[in-house]
Design a protein around this ligand. Structure first.
Ligand SMILES: NC(=O)c1ccc[n+]([C@@H]2O[C@H](COP(=O)([O-])OP(=O)(O)OC[C@H]3O[C@@H](n4cnc5c(N)ncnc54)[C@H](OP(=O)(O)O)[C@@H]3O)[C@@H](O)[C@H]2O)c1
Length: 244
């Protein structure tokens, strides 16, 4: 297992049961982080934990809905009790819907997408902030290419919520610089994950072949997590060469 000076540091990942969250959790564990895993599907989190522990890493399964403030606070407390303060966050929980244009969107779905992609990111950061302040922690917000470059096809709610994550990260960096907290607005382009099932036209196998993999993004996440404490990577855009 490689060290990189991070052995034993405590990471909390949301969306850890699949896709980029799972890949980032597995990569961080391989680099020596102890990784707390959150998401709604306990079985999916348990599978991520199995991959981590089979490789000799340490994982803690903490199922929750990121919309649930009490559950988020309880999970943070459980991590602290078990391992000590959270030193890193990877926030990969996210949502979109096939009906996403002004012509066909549903306002209830719009609220849920904004609640998951934007409000819940603030909720988890808020819960972990005392820990992050105490440890000069690092936050990786898995936003989107659509949060970096206007992408109308991503939809009203998704595009607006992911764009707002850029401001969320910048305010966090501006307000918490003195405490050493660093946030990265990570903006992946197309990634071959389950998330693509929420597109109005679900990409076929040949379209997926030219996309990023979750592991490609996990390497970028790990680069941010491993940066020395005086280095802040404010924004990182990673896209497949095929992306237009
Ligand atoms: N795939 C792409 O092309 C792409 C590109 C750019 C950015 N992104 C972003 O990348 C992030 C990860 O997505 P992915 O592509 O890796 O797809 P994914 O495998 O579908 O991951 C999304 C994760 O979010 C979790 N989640 C959703 N709602 C939640 C809630 N209310 N509470 C807790 N967890 C919740 C899901 O777990 P549960 O269902 O178990 O809760 C799931 O593990 C998302 O924020 C997405 O917007 C994706």
């Amino acid at each position: 297992m490689s060290d990189g000076g991070t052995t034993g540091r405590v990471l909390w990942v949301t969306g850890a049961g699949s896709g980029m969250g799972r890949a980032a959790a597995v990569a961080a564990a391989a680099a020596g982080w102890r990784v707390a895993l959150s998401g709604r599907r306990e079985g999916a989190l348990a599978e991520t934990a199995r991959v981590i522990t089979d490789a000799g890493g340490e994982a803690l399964v903490l199922p929750l809905d990121v919309a649930d403030t009490a559950a988020v606070a309880a999970a943070r407390a459980q991590v602290a009790e078990q391992w000590g303060p959270v030193q890193g966050l990877v926030l990969a929980a996210g949502l979109n819907a096939p009906r996403r244009t002004w012509g066909d969107q549903d306002l209830g779905e719009l609220e849920q997408i904004v609640a998951t992609n934007l409000v819940a990111v603030a909720r988890v950061v808020d819960a972990a902030l005392p820990d992050l302040r105490a440890t000069a922690g690092v936050v990786v917000v898995v936003s989107s290419y659509a949060g970096w470059s206007f992408s109308p096809g991503a939809g009203v709610a998704y595009s607006a919520s992911k764009t707002a994550l850029a401001s969320l990260c910048r305010t966090l960096n501006a307000h918490e610089a003195a405490s050493g907290v660093r946030a990265c607005h990570l903006c992946p382009g197309d990634v071959d994950t389950d998330f693509l099932a929420m597109r109005p036209q679900v990409p076929d196998a040949s379209a997926r072949e030219v996309m990023l993999t979750a592991d490609d993004v996990a390497r970028a996440v790990q680069f941010v997590l491993d940066a020395p404490a005086h280095v802040r990577i404010d924004e990182l855009v990673i896209s497949p060469v095929s992306q237009r």
